[in-house]
Design a protein around this ligand. Structure first.
Ligand SMILES: Nc1ncnc2c1ncn2[C@@H]1O[C@H](COP(=O)(O)OP(=O)(O)OP(=O)(O)O)[C@@H](O)[C@H]1O
Ligand SMILES: O=C(O)c1ccc[n+]([C@@H]2O[C@H](COP(=O)([O-])O)[C@@H](O)[C@H]2O)c1
Length: 188
């Protein structure tokens, strides 16, 4: 599951858990983006990586990869999937996205090749419509998951405004945000 994770929240974790259960996955690898070129700004990648580690540490089926943050330049999923394929030549790969990210996939780099590298799972997300038309039916699945109307944008705005993010993000992430004074001065 790729994401900017700025910060990681319970919407991400529920999506990962539901997909792992539904497809009987051995593990879910969270891959924080290095340079999310379509986002206006993002916190330093090490902060986003460490929050993802903190949020996932207690789940034995969850792991975090540095492959995107250690690759220089803009992050493209085609590179993520090629690198993962090289590391795990025998694995059956699934790429998890929310409905909003999936809707923009036609704009992603080398879109036609993406389908050969992984099976894409698009999960439902409040406020976003999912349409499978035009996509290769055998390479894409839609999964309905419990609706959590949580976004990283909203979490950042809440911190900036002095509102709590307890229970929207894992406790350790609340503490990490506070310890490193994240989001107080950001505009995004
Ligand atoms: N509440 C949610 N329910 C389902 N999927 C989600 C949810 N939040 C994020 N996702 C999915 O997780 C992936 C990573 O999302 P990302 O890290 O950009 O979080 P975000 O909340 O969308 O962030 P931002 O508000 O900054 O755009 C994307 O595929 C996104 O669609
Ligand atoms: O490959 C691309 O061109 C591309 C463009 C935008 C987003 N993505 C990937 O989509 C995932 C979710 O991205 P985001 O920006 O919604 O956090 C993450 O893994 C990104 O690297 C990929």
């Amino acid at each position: 599951m790729g994401g900017t994770f700025d910060p990681i929240h319970h919407g991400h974790l529920v999506a990962a858990s539901e997909v792992a259960q539904h497809f009987d996955l051995d593990e879910v690898v969270f891959v924080p983006t290095g340079e999310p070129y379509q986002k206006r700004s993002a916190s330093p990648s090490e902060h986003r990586y460490l929050m993802t580690v903190v949020a996932t540490a207690s789940n034995p089926r969850f792991r975090v990869s540095r492959i995107d943050i250690d690759r220089s330049g803009p992050t493209y999923t085609i590179d993520t999937l090629r690198d993962v394929r090289e590391l795990h030549p025998e694995a059956e790969l699934f790429f998890i996205t929310g409905a909003d990210a999936f809707a923009s996939i036609v704009e992603w780099k080398d879109q036609d090749e993406l389908w050969q590298l992984a099976h894409f799972v698009a999960v439902t997300r409040p406020g976003h419509q999912l349409s499978m038309s035009g996509f290769p039916a055998d390479r894409v699945s839609l999964l309905e998951i419990p609706a959590l109307a949580i976004s990283s944008t909203d979490c950042r705005a809440r911190v900036r405004a002095g509102y709590p993010v307890w229970y929207l993000v894992p406790d350790g992430v609340v503490q990490y945000i506070s310890k490193h004074d994240l989001y107080r001065r950001l505009t995004a």
